[in-house]
Design a protein around this ligand. Structure first.
Ligand SMILES: C[S@@+](CC[C@H](N)C(=O)[O-])C[C@H]1O[C@@H](n2cnc3c(N)ncnc32)[C@H](O)[C@@H]1O
Length: 246
């Protein structure tokens, strides 16, 4: 099923060393291509070696290295956490432990436990999800709200686009509600998206707002990340305001 294709004469060039996956009866061409890409992706191997649950872990790690997102003792909310790579990176960077958990993750998919991380199995767009996340944080505010969420695509581009923008807007509204002054919001967006209103809103509430495309984010993917740093705080008395410890 899996071939290490060799060139003529037995000399292995980098191109020749690419692992090729033969199509199999019953497997879709797209699945074969996905498998081939996984097997040839250096980040997949790196993730396995480092004990990360996903190659996505490197995206937040690279963004942290470049933009200095995490510090010890920070509280972090991870939206769309499964299988858990971002939470693993956040737990290590903040020094979160089971005795003093600083990370709360949410996903509608089931996840294996992660040391130092409180996990909620829930759809973030459910009405009671924000309250449950705040309760899981012990009523405390967060220093970082990060979202790697994306709905599964329907194949209908305008619909997919609207759904993605809506998801980011809900995540941003949640961030404004729970972030501590100086806090950070990180969210997956898709290039070419019309998130102008969202950007405008974030620029009012954060000192700096910019896009990032970490090296581990595939070049052929429209995926990018929006980073907003230096939350200015809100003056509005929205539900939940005043209920936090800091
Ligand atoms: C790209 S994956 C996240 C990978 C993760 N950052 C990691 O490092 O392992 C996106 C996740 O978002 C989750 N997701 C999408 N929409 C969601 C929603 N409305 N509520 C909760 N989770 C959601 C998906 O189930 C999926 O697990």
């Amino acid at each position: 099923m899996v071939d290490k294709a060799l060139g003529t004469g037995g000399r292995k060039s980098e191109k020749d060393l690419k692992i090729r996956v033969k199509s199999a009866k019953g497997r879709k061409v797209s699945s074969t291509k996905w498998l081939e890409r996984q097997l040839n992706d250096p980040y997949v191997a790196k993730a396995r070696a480092a004990g990360y649950r996903s190659r996505a872990a490197f995206k937040i790690k690279e963004m942290d290295e470049k933009h200095h997102l995490f510090r010890k003792g920070m509280r972090v909310v991870d939206l769309g956490a499964a299988p858990g790579g971002w939470s693993q990176v956040a737990a290590a960077a903040t020094g979160s432990t089971d005795a003093n958990p600083l990370i709360v993750g949410i996903d509608y998919l089931e996840m294996d436990p992660i040391p130092g991380v409180i996990l909620l199995r829930k759809d973030f767009t459910d009405d009671d999800a924000p309250a449950q996340l705040i309760a899981a944080m012990g009523g405390k505010k967060a220093d970082i709200v990060m979202s790697d969420m994306a709905w599964p695509t329907t194949g209908h581009r305008p619909t997919d686009h609207l759904r993605i923008v809506q998801l980011i807007e809900i995540a941003a509204a949640f961030a404004l509600d729970v972030l501590t002054p100086g806090g950070v919001f990180v969210a997956k967006v898709f290039q070419g998206g019309t998130e102008h209103e969202l950007l405008h809103m974030l620029k009012r509430h954060f000192k700096t707002t910019f896009h990032a495309k970490p090296p581990s984010s595939r070049a052929d993917s429209a995926e990018a990340y929006l980073i907003a740093k230096g939350f200015k705080g809100t003056n509005d008395t929205e539900p939940g305001e005043g209920e936090y410890d800091r």
